[in-house]
Design a protein around this ligand. Structure first.
Ligand SMILES: C[S@@+](CC[C@H](N)C(=O)[O-])C[C@H]1O[C@@H](n2cnc3c(N)ncnc32)[C@H](O)[C@@H]1O
Length: 382
């Protein structure tokens, strides 16, 4: 649901107090930066400032009592299907998951692999939020011999790398094409007790990267760009000696991402299951995301020496990847359970639910593989 700020539920006093502390912290950063910070810096602080940011603080985020539901939170079928992809990609592979959230995906993947008698030697997790790491450790107690939390990327890795809804949580810079087609940057200031946007000339890095997008932007056009993406993919390419990467997120190919009509960009905030477009509001209490430019991933992967296995929608990936085969005992389940699973499958796969907006891209290194889940590969549009 897309709403304006005034239509959102009001946070309770404790939450407002928390938000106030973070606000103060960000204001100090703005002051010491001379009065303005990039949106990238603002988003990084709002989500990850130590103990205060949305992902760093101990707030309920995932699931029905939180702010949003991700696919693994919605249904164990999503992770079970991913577990089958991991086996097909690389028999007995170690797994490395980025940004494991509540730990639900890791738990359901490991349960499925155990059920298939194919548990990996290690399931690594790289999580930047300390509080989420603690929650994951509690949730994954039963696999404590297998799960290892990493502080940074290992030098070398062989196996399967997974990231669900992690790239959309990376801070982005926000640019503007003015009436003379000059590239400017939206930055954040603090004025009259609230955060506000102002335009500044873009620095050379931002100008270059926006020009390199090769898009014919109309005038008065705002959008985002993730400058962390290239180095992140580059470091995966260097680390991965043999194996595959599956990245799942909402986003588009570049032409669609920077479509002339999408002139306000893709920033989206989630607060208690309301989606809206004002990231300067309720700082620390809401999730802030930007859609993913999948063309950027494909290009970065090529430069990083990774091969493209395929690219398709989440719905297609799951259905071709055997989602329905997981329901072999469907007829034996009580009616209530059957309805529940049918509903979950619809939400994961139908185009107007998560099926089409969410995409999956598969990359590999030293692995000559075709994954049936990418049978309807659409990478030609990237
Ligand atoms: C939207 S949540 C998704 C959680 C989980 N993957 C899921 O699907 O439910 C984003 C997660 O990514 C983590 N994160 C964000 N940037 C990261 C990075 N650069 N490296 C590792 N984790 C990151 C956040 O702390 C959080 O756990």
């Amino acid at each position: 649901m897309k709403l304006t700020a005034s239509q959102l539920p009001r946070p309770n006093e404790l939450a407002l107090q928390h938000s106030q502390f973070l606000k103060q912290y960000i204001v100090e950063q703005i002051d010491s930066a001379g009065g303005a910070i990039s949106f990238e810096k603002f988003m990084q602080l709002a989500l990850y400032a130590p103990n205060l940011g949305y992902y760093s603080a101990d707030l309920r985020k995932f699931g029905e009592t939180g702010d949003f539901i991700t696919a693994p939170e919605l249904s164990p079928l999503f992770s079970q299907c991913l577990a089958h992809q991991c086996i097909q990609l690389f028999e007995n592979a170690d797994i490395l998951e980025f940004g494991a959230g509540s730990g639900e995906m890791a738990l359901d993947i490991l349960n499925e692999l155990q059920h298939l008698n194919k548990l990996p030697k290690h399931y690594y997790i790289l999580e930047i939020s300390e509080t989420l790491k603690q929650r994951q450790q509690e949730k994954l107690q039963s696999f404590k011999e297998i799960v290892v939390w990493l502080e940074h990327l290992p030098e070398q890795f062989e196996g399967v790398i997974l990231a669900n809804e992690v790239l959309d949580a990376m801070p982005v810079r926000r640019f503007y094409i003015d009436e003379h087609k000059e590239i400017k940057e939206w930055v954040v200031i603090f004025k009259e007790n609230k955060f506000e946007w102002i335009l500044q000339p873009a620095d050379e890095i931002l100008k270059e990267t926006v020009k390199n997008l090769n898009q014919n932007f109309p005038v008065n056009y705002s959008s985002e760009i993730n400058l962390f993406l290239n180095p992140w993919i580059q470091s995966l390419g260097e680390m991965l000696k043999k194996g595959a990467i599956l990245l799942i997120d909402y986003g588009f190919p570049r032409r669609e991402y920077y479509h002339p009509q999408r002139d306000q960009g893709t920033l989206m905030c989630h607060y208690r299951h309301y989606a809206h477009g004002d990231p300067l509001l309720y700082v620390g209490l809401q999730d802030i995301t930007a859609h993913v430019d999948f063309t950027a991933i494909a290009k970065a992967a090529q430069q990083a020496g990774l091969d493209l296995i395929g690219y398709t929608s989440q719905g297609d990936f799951l259905l071709q990847g055997g989602l329905l085969n997981l329901m072999t005992n469907f007829e034996e389940l009580p009616m209530q359970e059957r309805l529940k699973f049918a509903q979950q499958i619809k939400q994961l796969t139908l185009p107007h639910e998560m099926g089409e907006l969410f995409k999956v891209i598969g990359l590999s290194k030293n692995l000559n593989i075709q994954l049936p889940a990418f049978r309807n590969d659409r990478s030609f549009i990237l």
